[in-house]
Design a protein around this ligand. Structure first.
Ligand SMILES: *[C@@H]1O[C@H](CO)[C@@H](O)[C@H](O)[C@H]1NC(C)=O
Ligand SMILES: *[C@@H]1O[C@H](CO)[C@@H](O)[C@H](O)[C@H]1NC(C)=O
Ligand SMILES: [Mn+2]
Length: 373
């Protein structure tokens, strides 16, 4: 810049300009107090301050050596998206979901539907940040994620009654659910999976990925097949929201049953409504502990464009939230929201807001029904 121009601008830059509101009709606004210090006090809580964690929960370095702060439910990011068969980008999902949750904070989270506040209940909720995963080797990354789950689920809880911390994973592509299920199996034994998705994800690795290599067979469309083969899930699991086409006319569905699943298709909701869907799910998993996995592509792309393998004709955000809240009472021992790829989201942040609200519902289910180890 020309030195003379700089000289002209300087006085503007150094003059602090306080905005002073004059009294209106003789009424002094209660927000404008006489001392400057009062105006400058930090409001508590503040949803937009500090670094971004899920729902402004405290950040705990859950993977550090030695003892860490105790917690009952942990949010864990899994920035992994090299197991996808369509558009990548879900490695930024954890960041996106946290961004979508900025306006959620403990002091202002009273539900108009239940009158309860899951953030000010018995459970201590913390955000563990993201698991450090290599982005160059899927096998190694999944091993790292297995370990992160193992360490975090082995931490001490704040509650003395419910002694195994539960984890809500922020994905990441759907392959990441495999690590979570390995961990829940170790802590809780076999569980029923309630799988919200437009895709069945039980594809035989020989079918999806073409059987090129063992490495290629472990991906976001085969992880439930692998979870079944590893004996992690029970034969009373269920998909909800399915609508994506199959690779084989009959074989995929036969294999799906073999893997332990029943199917609620997306359009079934037109006939049986949200309460019908809730009933089907509850009947299926009756008496079992459950893991809830939500692929955000269960929603119609109108409600969740920010995802890798979008399928039209899906559920609305309200329908999904009603169904999730309707699962109240089930023993949820782990959960995730996956396939959130913020780069395809819109400027209204439709997808990440929906994903954050889904996590919010999962938190409610977990807090409402504590589970003994
Ligand atoms: C942690 O446990 C203590 C002692 O039982 C309890 O007073 C406190 O409310 C718990 N903290 C949270 C955040 O729940
Ligand atoms: C699971 O149950 C279905 C029927 O619901 C049955 O066809 C299938 O063989 C069972 N699988 C296993 C592994 O028991
Ligand atoms: Mn999917």
């Amino acid at each position: 810049m020309h030195p003379r121009l700089l000289h002209l601008l300087l006085p503007l830059a150094v003059t602090a300009r306080d905005v002073v509101f004059p009294p209106v009709s003789g009424v002094q606004s209660p927000f404008v107090t006489s001392g400057d210090d009062a105006i400058a006090e930090f409001p508590e809580p503040n949803a937009y301050a500090g670094l971004t964690t899920f729902a402004n929960s405290p950040f705990v370095k859950c993977l550090a050596d030695g003892e860490v702060e105790k917690f009952d439910i942990a949010f864990l990011g899994a920035p992994f998206d090299t197991g996808v068969t369509a558009r990548p980008g879900a490695r930024f999902g954890p960041t996106g979901i946290r961004q979508g949750s900025r306006r959620i904070s403990a002091g202002e989270a009273w539900s108009v539907y239940t009158g309860k506040n899951q953030y000010l209940d018995w459970a201590k909720l913390v955000d563990c940040g993201d698991a450090p995963l290599t982005f160059l080797d899927n096998t190694a990354a999944l091993r790292q994620l297995d370990k992160a789950h193992k360490v975090i689920s082995g931490r001490r809880t704040n509650s003395s009654t419910y002694t195994t911390p539960r984890i809500i994973t922020l994905g990441g592509d759907h392959t990441t659910t495999l690590s979570a299920l390995r961990s829940t199996h170790e802590r809780w034994g076999q569980v029923s999976v309630i799988h919200f998705d437009s895709h069945i994800d039980t594809w035989d690795p020989k079918v999806l990925g073409g059987g090129i290599s063992h490495y290629a067979g472990v991906n976001h469309g085969t992880f439930l097949h692998i979870a079944h083969e590893e004996g992690l899930i029970s034969n009373s699991s269920i998909h909800a929201g399915i609508r994506a086409p199959l690779v084989r006319p009959k074989g995929d569905l036969r294999n799906d049953v073999r893997c332990g699943f029943e199917i609620v298709r997306a359009r079934d909701i037109d006939r049986i409504g949200t309460s019908g869907v809730i009933e089907k799910i509850k009947d299926r998993v009756d008496g079992q502990r459950v893991y809830i996995s939500v692929d955000i592509d269960v929603l119609d792309p109108a409600f969740a464009p920010g995802t890798g393998t979008a399928e039209v004709g899906g559920w609305s955000t309200r329908e999904l939230l009603t169904i999730l809240d309707g699962l109240n009472g089930l023993e949820v021992i782990g959960a995730d929201v996956v396939e959130v790829a913020p780069i395809y989201d819109n400027r209204g942040e439709t997808t990440v807001l929906a994903a954050a609200e889904v996590v919010n519902s999962l938190v409610t289910l977990m807090v409402d029904r504590p589970v003994k180890t």
